[in-house]
Design a binder for this molecule. Structure first.
Ligand SMILES: Nc1ncnc2c1ncn2[C@@H]1O[C@H](COP(=O)(O)OP(=O)(O)O)[C@@H](O)[C@H]1O
Ligand SMILES: [Mg+2]
Length: 244
């Protein structure tokens, strides 16, 4: 068996009286593409938010490469090599594409008074290279993110993940509100990441997409894991049965 990337043990999350995760145990080997499915409110996003440092678990442990990880803020997740892509991905719309690529990892140069000035030029150049590497063609990295389409934004987020060699990519409903063409592009990105050996957790309501791009499918219902299957051993009809 290949090396484990992520293990969680007895993970619980309460939001006040709402018990959103009820003792989740899950092991994910390195490089596996896992589809996470389940009805609305099943706890999928809660799990992802705990991994990405948005929420703290109420109980339970998280291990990365065998070592216990204490993820208290998004920066901790970033340091573990986790990149999370939401429907409206973690970006600042008013800031330039380049600044968004380098968010939390800004390049600086030294000013005459010894202040660390942002090295906009170097960031713009490197951002354009990173974006071109994922096959996305944008005119300039100086334009604000808000001028991009949803699909282009996902592309920039993927470029960021690839450029900084994220070891785990989490996509939570990344294709909602995207055109068919843009959706196909996102699915292609997932395949690209898989080829590069990146571990992926892919959440989508579109079970056909999940079946197409994953190695394994895990289903949640009311905060619990209710199915865990290798993708070739299941089909969309069975997946629908499991989550309804
Ligand atoms: N920030 C929050 N505050 C209170 N309850 C929440 C919060 N986020 C999620 N929940 C509740 O937790 C449960 C799981 O939600 P969520 O993890 O978003 O499920 P999913 O992503 O599978 O649709 C739901 O009952 C939801 O209403
Ligand atoms: Mg969700």
């Amino acid at each position: 068996m290949s090396e484990l990337h992520l293990s969680v043990r007895g993970l619980h999350k309460w939001y006040g009286a709402v018990h959103a995760l009820r003792g989740l145990d899950l092991d994910i080997p390195k490089g596996q593409v896992v589809g996470l499915i389940g009805d609305n409110g099943a706890g999928k996003s809660t799990f992802i938010k705990i991994l990405s440092g948005v929420h703290k678990q109420s109980e339970g442990q998280i291990f990365f490469e065998g070592k216990e990880a204490h993820i208290r803020k998004p920066r901790d997740a970033m340091d573990l090599g986790i990149e999370t892509i939401y429907q409206y991905t973690a970006m600042v719309p008013e800031m330039s594409i380049a600044r968004n690529v380098f968010i939390g990892r800004e390049k600086r140069k030294w000013g005459i008074r010894g202040f660390g000035l942002l090295d906009q030029k170097a960031m713009a150049k490197e951002a354009m290279e990173a974006i071109a590497d994922v096959g996305l063609h944008l005119r300039s990295a100086d334009n604000p993110i808000k001028e991009l389409s949803g699909g282009q934004r996902q592309g920039v987020a993927i470029a960021r993940a690839m450029h900084f060699r994220s070891r785990m990519l989490i996509l939570d409903e990344p294709t909602n509100h995207l055109s068919v063409k843009e959706t196909n592009k996102v699915l292609d990105y997932v395949r690209q990441m898989r080829e590069q050996g990146v571990t992926v957790i892919f959440i989508s309501h579109n079970l056909h997409h999940v079946h197409e791009v994953t190695d394994r499918i895990v289903a949640f219902s009311r905060g619990e894991k209710v199915a865990d299957l290798m993708t070739p051993d299941t089909d969309v009809t069975q997946m629908i049965d499991i989550i309804t």
